[in-house]
Structure formats: structure tokens, C-alpha cells
Design a protein around this ligand. Structure first.
Ligand code: FES
Length: 526
């Protein structure tokens, strides 16, 4: 048994499934991102895999019965981390909430009067425990707001990154707090790209693969540097039980790989991972009380049987139908509010269509050039006009989802994560401003634009390769990742530590994945 000598036997860390953990010390009971309800997330698009619903009663009972201080940490707003139904089923007066102090005040508004009290932590903030502390890390670009947490007990560190992009900060965290005993965090994706894009299969596979392997190698690189004693895969992938999304569970290549795919990659990776044990856990398993486990190999036939039973057990089409006419009115008002709060609208592409399903697909259009919103149609079979971005329903839940969006039960970001849409764009290039316009709520767009302007800096750094030295922009054009913490990959490209975009220095610093972006690499004489 590989029990750490430094963690007394009474103290337990239990994996709750997805990004959830429960830590029991002598004096505290700490829950991290407990997503345990059986209603899934994002209008029942995502469900926990493996299923962990049986733990909801177990954990609730523990909270009800304990004399310890109960702390619930929520890393961010996304429903696969913030399970409001489960949280509200806990005895409110007994639970103290630990919440990130993001620019967006969603948590503040929601929990201002929470009976058990709430602690809004800042980046690098610490909260003292009887023996040890919790230390928090925030990543907040408005567009993406997430956090990570370190549980420190004397001589023991458990770093839970969940799906927060703090890869470039973990060295500092280790220096400040000591060796990391357990590192846990995501190895799979959580985005509608490329899953929801109108690509032919070959292109989709290519883009998924690139995305998947970039994430795998970033994580391996991090683990080789940090040398935690164990890596516990967590925070995904979820499974998809909606019959319209069910096929996503079985794609040969996607950004939702199972842990066994990451483990295979780990075994073949060229760097040295020998200091770390890969430790796959099922919901309910305790870390350290059994030997590290390797993940079961993904077998589509068995998986299909398992997920079909899971689907029969929990998935219900409970979403009400909505009237498209009313939706169009609400959609127009919402988009107008967005436009009014987006001072950088003149820099956006010409047209954004949001349409109903159909070959001749009709809906609402944002005309950024003329600053107006109107109704129009787009012929899905024809090439799109230039500078045009279209989001079309993948099936009939479009209306319902829009309705939910306006009811405030899903944000735009969450609606996109529901995957019930298809996106087509010309040019086929990521546009950070359009992305910001789409994913943020109207009330957050001014802050987003300010943040976007602030991160446009002229700062440069020198990158030394074996043969040359290059001067390049310090900040990544995607979301301002600090390239001074980047590294060269096997292809000789500079990799951004945040989301793994890579840049070809030989080719002027052009981004390999998104060629319209560059970090303007110039060879230097040194
Ligand atoms: S900030 Fe996202 S890849 Fe660089």
C-alpha cells in the first residue's frame, strides 16, 4: 500500500468523479467541485462518466452528520463544476463556500446571503485550516474564468488544477509550497471546437487529433518538470446521453479521449515521467488506500451497452418547446444589447447569423458593418460570403435551448457547450473578438473589450534555439499566454503554455493551428 507517511491515516481524499474530490482532515471536511446530480449539465448535454450519482446521498449524509468545519470550493461557473442543485441540497448553515472573486460577479450575486458564509478568494490567496491551508489560483480573461486549488497539509500537497490553464504557474506553486504529492487535472477537451464545426470527417479528425495531442504533451511536459508523486486524471471527459449527441461518445478521434488514451500516450512519451505514478480512480475510490490503478481500455461495444443503460436510467426529454417567433424577438433584443455593449464592434467580421435548422436556414443576423440586427436567411449548401459566421441548430432543440438562454438558466458559453449546434465560417479562422462577442453575456462585454485592449502589448522576448535566436512577441495572440514560459516541441515550434497553440519561428512566427495569427518572429544577430 502506497500510503504517504506525511498524511495521517485518518485523513482521506476521496475521488467523487469528474472534477470532484472530498478531503477529510481531523478538523475539516472539504468538497471540491461536487457535480453529483443526475440531471447532467448544459441542458442535459453532458453527464458524469463514470456515473457518480450514487455518491450524492453519501456525501450529503456525511455533511449532515459531521462535527467538522464543512468547506465547499467551487472552481468556476460551468455546470459540470458548479452543481447548484446538489449544493442547495446541503444544510446551508453548515457549509462555508469558497468562491473565486472573478470580474464577473455571478457568484457574488448568487451567494450574497448564503447562510453558512462565503469566502471570495483572490489569485494566490490563502485560507488557513487547522493544520495547513488552501491556496487558490485564478485565471480570469473574462472570456474564460476558472480557478485551481492547492490543499496543503504539513509536508503534503494536493494540487487540483481541474480544467484551469495554470500550466505556466505550477513551477512557482511548487517552489512556494514544496513538492506536489498529488497532481490532478484534465487531459481531455471541453470546447465546441472542432466538434460542432461543419467540417468533413477527415478535417475534423485532423483538428481533433492536433488538439488532443497538444494537450497530452503539455500535460506530460508539466508532469516531467514538476514530478508529482501521482497524477490522477480528472475533470472529464463527460459522456453525452442526449440521443442527438450520443454518437460523440464513440468517435474514433475527438477531443474527449478516455484516460486510457492518455495513458498510452504517457507510456510512449519521450520525456522522463518515471517519478510519477499514473493513478486512475473511479468515483468513490480513496487515494492512497490502494495501489495506483491503470485505466481500463476503451472498448466501444462495452461502452455502448453501459451508456445505453445509463441513458435509459437518467435521460429524459424534459425541455419544453418554445415558439420560434418569440425566440426571434428575445434573440434580437439580446443581440442588440450585446452590440450596444461592444465598443470594438467595428473590428468584427461582417455578419453573424443565428439560424433555425434547414437547408435554407433563416434566423437573426448581426450586421456589424451597419450596426444593425435583422432577419434573413442563408443557403447552407452554398459557400458562405466572406467574413461571415453562421451558427445553425443541429436539431429541433434549438428553440428550447434559446429559450433557456433567455431565461438565464444557461449562459451563452454554456449554450455553446450544449453542442446542439453547427458552426460554419468563412474564413475558417478563430477570431478572438467574435469569439468574445459570442461567448460572453451582454453585461460582461465592456469588461471583455477593455481586457482585450490591455493585452495588446508590444513587449518582446528572445527565444534561443540550437541554431538561432529570435525576437518574438511575449504575449500569445490567443489569450495572452506568456510565451517566455513556452517550450519547443518536436517539430521545432514554440508552444504556448496556456492552450498549446504552436508557432513556427522559421516561418515568421506564424501560428501552426491558426495561420492568420503570428508572434512576428525575427532572427537576431547575437
Ligand atoms: S493563450 Fe491560448 S494558446 Fe496561448
Amino acid at each position: 500500500m502506497d500510503m504517504p507517511k506525511v498524511l495521517p491515516a485518518k485523513q482521506k481524499i476521496t475521488y467523487l468523479g469528474h472534477a470532484g474530490f472530498m478531503i477529510e482532515t481531523d478538523h475539516e471536511l472539504i468538497l471540491m467541485d461536487p457535480w453529483l446530480s443526475d440531471t447532467g449539465a448544459y441542458a442535459m448535454a453532458w453527464f458524469q462518466y463514470p456515473c457518480n450519482h450514487h455518491l450524492a446521498d453519501v456525501v450529503r449524509h456525511k455533511v449532515e452528520e459531521t462535527d467538522k468545519v464543512v468547506i465547499v470550493y467551487i472552481s468556476h461557473e460551468h455546470q459540470d463544476h458548479f452543481d447548484e442543485t446538489f449544493l442547495c441540497s446541503l444544510p446551508e448553515s453548515k457549509v462555508m463556500l469558497m468562491l473565486p472573486n472573478f470580474t464577473r460577479d455571478f457568484f457574488y450575486k448568487k451567494f450574497i446571503s448564503w447562510e453558512g458564509g462565503q469566502y471570495f478568494f483572490e489569485d494566490n490567496g490563502r485560507f488557513g485550516l487547522r493544520d495547513g491551508y488552501l491556496e487558490f489560483y485564478i485565471y480570469d480573461s473574462i472570456r474564460e474564468a476558472d480557478s485551481a486549488v492547492l490543499f496543503h497539509h504539513p509536508n503534503f500537497n494536493f494540487l487540483n488544477m481541474n480544467d484551469c490553464h495554470i500550466y505556466d504557474r505550477v513551477t512557482d506553486i511548487k517552489e512556494r509550497n514544496g513538492n506536489i504529492d498529488v497532481l490532478t487535472g484534465h487531459f481531455s477537451g471541453a470546447s465546441w471546437f472542432p466538434t460542432c464545426y461543419d467540417y468533413d470527417n477527415k478535417i475534423r479528425i485532423q483538428k481533433s487529433k492536433r488538439n488532443k495531442y497538444a494537450r497530452f504533451s503539455t500535460l506530460c511536459k508539466l508532469i516531467a518538470n514538476i514530478k508529482p508523486r501521482r497524477y490522477v486524471p480528472s475533470a472529464g471527459p463527460a459522456c453525452f446521453l442526449d440521443p442527438n449527441l450520443f454518437h460523440l461518445n464513440f468517435e474514433d478521434e475527438s477531443i474527449f479521449p478516455h484516460a486510457s488514451e492518455f495513458y498510452d500516450f504517457w507510456l510512449k512519451w519521450k520525456g522522463d515521467l518515471s517519478a510519477t505514478k499514473f493513478d486512475y480512480r473511479n468515483p468513490g475510490d480513496k487515494l492512497f488506500y490502494t495501489s495506483p490503478k491503470t485505466p481500463p481500455t476503451k472498448d466501444n461495444r462495452t461502452l455502448k451497452k453501459e451508456l445505453t443503460e445509463y441513458q435509459d436510467r437518467v435521460f429524459q426529454t424534459r425541455l419544453p418547446n418554445a415558439d420560434w417567433k418569440n425566440i426571434k424577438i428575445a434573440l434580437t433584443m439580446n443581440l442588440q444589447e450585446k452590440l450596444d455593449n461592444f465598443p470594438l464592434a467595428s473590428r468584427l467580421p461582417k455578419l453573424l447569423f443565428l439560424t433555425e435548422p434547414g437547408i435554407l436556414s433563416c434566423g437573426v443576423i448581426v450586421d456589424f458593418v451597419n450596426g444593425e440586427i435583422r432577419e434573413d436567411c442563408v443557403d447552407w449548401t452554398l459557400p458562405l460570403p466572406e467574413n461571415c459566421y453562421v451558427i445553425m441548430a443541429r436539431h429541433s432543440s434549438w428553440n428550447t435551448l434559446l429559450n433557456i438562454t433567455w431565461d438565464g438558466r444557461l449562459t451563452w458559453y454554456e449554450w455553446l457547450l450544449s453542442f446542439r449546434l453547427t458552426i460554419k465560417r468563412n474564413p475558417d479562422e478563430f477570431d478572438p473578438l467574435l469569439d468574445g462577442f459570442l461567448v460572453n453575456e451582454a453585461e460582461d462585454l465592456r469588461a471583455f473589450c477593455e481586457h482585450y485592449k490591455e493585452r495588446q502589448t508590444d513587449e518582446t522576448i528572445l527565444i534561443h534555439t540550437d541554431t538561432k535566436t529570435y525576437r518574438v512577441s511575449r504575449r500569445c495572440p490567443h489569450e495572452s499566454g506568456d510565451l517566455s514560459n513556452g517550450w519547443m516541441n518536436d517539430q521545432g515550434h514554440l508552444v504556448c503554455p496556456k492552450h498549446s497553440w504552436s508557432f513556427d519561428l522559421e516561418n515568421g512566427g506564424r501560428c501552426v493551428e491558426h495561420p492568420s495569427f503570428s508572434i512576428n518572429a525575427e532572427v537576431q544577430d547575437v
